[in-house]
Design a binder for this molecule. Structure first.
Ligand code: SF4
Length: 217
């Protein structure tokens, strides 16, 4: 698919709605409080947002609960023009396990991750359709470890399949990721050191081991 600047695509959507005097509803999938912070800061004046927490990729379950509780705490503390709602979803970890079968050896950023983005966006668009949201979107593009091109391509495909508008984004533009680090400090947010699944946890351990071995040699 053609490479686009998805930040510019998002700006167009914001401007169009502003010109029409509209404040549309947005079902925003978020992966964790730190990533959501900079994203919500950027969007909160333009949408009536519901944060959708659907992350069956996160392991173990205690970690999933910890990230979710931190997301809820941040929403309570973060003051916005329009109130932000929170919509919880089932953990559904078996769905992630089934999806990742055969892709266990993929590196972070590879084919398993593309399916993981799709799994989460699929549930988001389904819910957005069911609850009549104007847009659906995700905070995932704020991370420099995620493939924003792929996320937007999946979002676009699901938007045409389900007939719900996708909010294009590349939230790491304009220092979005750095802003999420700053806000995490301001709100004392728990920042995990691996993406979420068991495979990313093992990858992080292997990198640490490599680093300490190279220091010893
Ligand atoms: S590394 Fe992250 S994005 Fe990739 S499959 Fe694991 S949890 Fe999903």
């Amino acid at each position: 698919m053609e490479k686009k600047n998805y930040d510019i695509e998002m700006q167009k959507i914001l401007k169009e709605n502003l010109a029409l005097g509209k404040v549309p509803t947005l079902l925003l999938h978020t992966c964790c409080a730190p990533c959501s912070s900079a994203v919500l800061l950027r969007l909160a004046d333009y949408f009536k947002i519901t944060v959708f927490y659907y992350n069956p990729n996160i392991e173990p379950e205690e970690e999933y609960e910890k990230r979710k509780e931190e997301q809820k705490r941040f929403l309570k503390e973060f003051k916005t023009k329009y109130p932000i709602s929170f919509l919880d979803c089932d953990y559904d970890h078996e769905d992630f396990q089934k999806m990742s079968q055969g892709l266990e050896q993929e590196k972070e950023g590879g084919a398993r991750c593309f399916k993981c983005y799709r799994l989460r966006l699929y549930k988001t668009v389904q819910k957005a359709l069911e609850m009549h949201f104007d847009y659906f979107g995700t905070s995932l593009t704020v991370s420099p470890y995620k493939n924003a091109q792929k996320i937007n391509e999946i979002g676009e495909e699901l938007a045409s399949q389900f007939g719900v508008s996708f909010l294009y984004s590349d939230f790491k533009k304009h220092d979005g990721y750095r802003e999420s680090i700053r806000m995490s400090k301001e709100y004392h947010l728990y920042r995990q050191d691996y993406c979420g699944c068991h495979f990313s946890f093992l990858e992080r351990l292997a990198k640490e081991e490599q680093k300490s071995n190279s220091l010893l040699n």
